[in-house]
Design a protein around this ligand. Sequence first.
Ligand code: NPG
Length: 373
Amino acid sequence: MSPLTPTEIELRRIHLDLVTPFRTSFGSQTSREILLIGLRTSEGVEGWGECVALIDPVYSPEYVDGVVDVIDRFMAPALFAAGPSRAADVVETLGHFKGHQMAKAALEMAFLDAELRAAGTTFHQRLGANRDRVPSGVSVGIFGTIDELLAAVQGYIDEGYARIKLKIEPGWDIEPVRLVRELIGPETGLQVDANTAYTRADIEHLRRLDEFDLLLIEQPLETDDLLGHRDLARAINTPVCLDESIESFTQAVDAVEIGAAEIINIKPGRVGGYLTAVRIHDMCRAKNIPVWCGGMLETGIGRAANCALASLDGFTLPGDISASTRFYARDIVLEPIAIVDGHVAVPDAPGLGFELDNDFLDSITSSVQRLSP
Ligand code: NPG
């Protein structure tokens, strides 16, 4: 890959309504305010990244206004000062800024898209991945009633999704899981995600999930409670999977080492970028830890990149890579991600694998800020 010299970093905020409210243990979302990063270079190349930060710091400490600030004041100046760079240099250039993984990931992503486009290469070629499609899982929120939940799950089964993930929280766990398992039968993959809603005092309660033959329970305890997850993993049969707790390669190594993570949900935004995500994948593969690709309600930009990432061999469980229509009536890319026979196709266009629908994008843009050296 040839290095590229950034001449402009565009911070574009867009607004997209969700087709249906999405409730998790940390809140209900009805729309997304998404930050996109456009990179332009003196070589005449353009690339795009998508930041997965939410508008509020309720999933992780990052939030959109904070990301904009840290990029504007610190990260963009550092990248301009660094001059010609490859995507693989971005982690190091930004390394002296602590944290802000989602901001870093979005910037690296824009470099990655730009350099892959410049080289006429697809992301999955660069990764050396073999699969041309990956199984698609869907994440199902918390509902007001069981009937609504079952109707939603049936709809996703009818669409062909390969596995179901249920959001759970205290008071919405054993019975919903029991009834969904009855509805979908023993063959369809089922897993649950608590988004940190439980404590160590709930270990006996969570053991009751063992009877439903779940693929995994995701992030039941607080982000920083690695030993609690280790104890839970020892106490229950359902494999314990970490999401929020893994914000870096080192944290992934440690969590696996101590037995706190029997499975890892790899979200590139949360760990500081796709290249770090690949390192975590490689480490897990060497240690026989299954991984799967998480989702953050991405548009077609992030979804395309996630499909390519998930085509690596170590992604042995279906990811949260659903069709664009799961969340959005209209995506910002010309070819929205679609589900066929329970799978999504790995993009085969140069770059991360999407083309923007510029007219639609402009119509949902709430602000554009252009940074230059
Ligand atoms: O398919 O994109 C998707 C959504 C998957 O449930 C999903 N994501 O906790 O993993 C999560 C959750 C999430 C979404 C978290 C948005 C934070 C923001």
